[in-house]
Design a protein around this ligand. Structure first.
Ligand code: PLP
Length: 427
């Protein structure tokens, strides 16, 4: 499907039924698969043949949806995971182990920050956080001999900083490691990080890809471009025989295009089991079928709300990269020419108390720990998603305590603005 435009890929990629077959992706609700001989099945276990034997490793429904996402991002292979958290954990842990180091943007999702700063640290994986605005020199300085990956978010949740993907990729590659980019907020409709040099892309499909707040999920996409064998000393897991898989060397047997996802499936999914259910994958695919229609409306509503808030005297500042006043406007024009997403953040005069009062009075926008679905919602990160962070860490990540994050849904923008207007009037 790779010759088609993104709009067509959203609708059609991943599944092409044969004569008389179901038009919609079949939900293969089966844990296991039947074989005539143990020899047939043995070949699957040895990764000598491709096929299905147990849905913890692979399931046809999940694979069809993963193939669509790979096509949308312009990658060579992809896999679904149970959540965005699992996707980021797998993407990093697939190439890092105890004793490894990673360089990560400090401006990332709270859950990912915690995963990297606390949980991976317990596993012996060390991190150096860098500003998303660091210069090439500063980025270079963060690298060590044991650095194995660089990580950032295209548009960070909730700080809404925009990553200089090309610069991060250049620095990562100069040090012989891949750049992993979490592309959850723009989705491949608005940005395809692989086109800017990213090697691995991750998603919380829970957000815009699903788009209706229906199913938790994640995805990992490999660009198929990183040459693991050229840096074999850094990536023994990919470039030396895997004893737990009959001595297979993933980078040799599956090449640049297949090694990363095959290893993540055969080892990490086998051992950790963070699978997406076929039901969830089916729901995700329904979301993907309209992703290209929904994203422009999320952007239109986000832009309108941001412009309205910027004019209101109860608002200290508005953070939306589609505003000319925004620090990331130029960078967003480059990486997100059709707009980024529907998430806007802003700081109200009166800090935390004003934010709470304002949110309580909103009628359309609900208070939710969620973003990126059809219905507008909002939250105060300092008292919810980011409450495990210290004040210094919050500031470093660009999240003042009185910040409100608003995810503009697919309602009429005039109704959203009227709702904001009445709630602001009550502060
Ligand atoms: C929500 C989110 C995650 C985590 O995804 P879950 O599906 O909730 O596990 C990771 N990265 C970003 C940018 C997110 O917005």
């Amino acid at each position: 499907m790779s010759e088609y435009k993104i709009n067509t890929k959203c609708v059609q990629s991943g599944y092409t039924p044969g004569n008389g077959e179901p038009r919609q992706i079949p939900i293969i609700q089966s844990t296991t698969f039947k074989y005539e001989t143990s020899e047939d099945m043995g070949k699957l276990f040895d990764l000598e043949a491709s096929g299905y034997f147990y849905s913890r490793l692979q399931n046809p429904t999940c694979d069809m949806v993963a193939a669509k996402i790979a096509d949308l991002e312009g990658g060579s292979a992809a896999m679904l995971t149970s959540s965005g958290q699992a996707a980021n954990f797998f993407a990093i842990f697939n190439i890092c182990e105890c004793g490894s180091h990673i360089v990560a943007s400090s401006s990332i999702y709270g859950g990912t920050f915690n995963l990297i700063a606390v949980t991976l640290a317990k596993m012996g994986i060390e991190v150096t956080f860098v500003s998303p605005d660091a210069t090439e020199e500063e980025l270079n300085a963060a690298f060590k001999d044991n650095t194995r990956a660089m990580f950032g978010e295209t548009i960070a949740n909730p700080a809404l900083t925009v990553l200089d993907i090309e610069l991060f990729a250049k620095v990562a590659h100069a040090h012989g490691v891949p750049l992993i980019v979490d592309n959850t907020f723009p989705t491949p409709v608005n940005c395809r990080p692989i086109e800017w040099g990213a090697d691995i892309v991750t998603h919380s499909t829970t957000k815009y890809m699903d788009g209706h707040g229906s199913a938790i999920g994640g995805a990992i996409i490999d660009s198929g471009k990183f040459d693991w064998m050229a840096h074999a000393d850094k990536f023994p897991g990919l470039c030396t025989p895997d004893d737990s898989y009959h001595g297979i060397t993933y980078a040799e047997k599956f090449g640049k295009e297949g090694a990363f996802i095959t290893k993540a499936t055969a080892q990490l999914m086998r051992d950790f089991g963070c699978v997406q259910s076929p039901q969830s994958a089916f729901i995700l695919n329904l979301g993907l079928e309209s992703l290209h229609v929904r994203m422009p409306r999320h952007v239109e509503n986000g832009q309108a709300v941001a412009e309205f808030l910027e004019q209101n005297d109860k608002v200290v500042s508005v953070n939306y990269s589609g505003l000319k006043s925004n620090k990331y406007y130029e960078r967003a024009q480059k990486y997100l020419p059709n707009g980024g997403c529907g998430v806007v953040s802003f700081e109200l005069k009166g800090g935390r108390a004003a934010a709470e009062k304002f949110m309580k009075n909103l009628k359309l926008a609900a208070i939710e720990t969620h973003v990126a679905d059809a219905r507008t919602c909002c939250l105060n990160p300092a008292t919810s998603t980011h409450r495990q962070m210290t004040d210094e860490q919050l500031l470093e990540a660009g999240i003042p305590a009185g910040l409100v994050r608003m995810s503009c849904g697919l309602e009429d923008k005039a109704d959203l603005i009227a709702d904001l207007e009445q709630a602001l009037a009550q502060i």
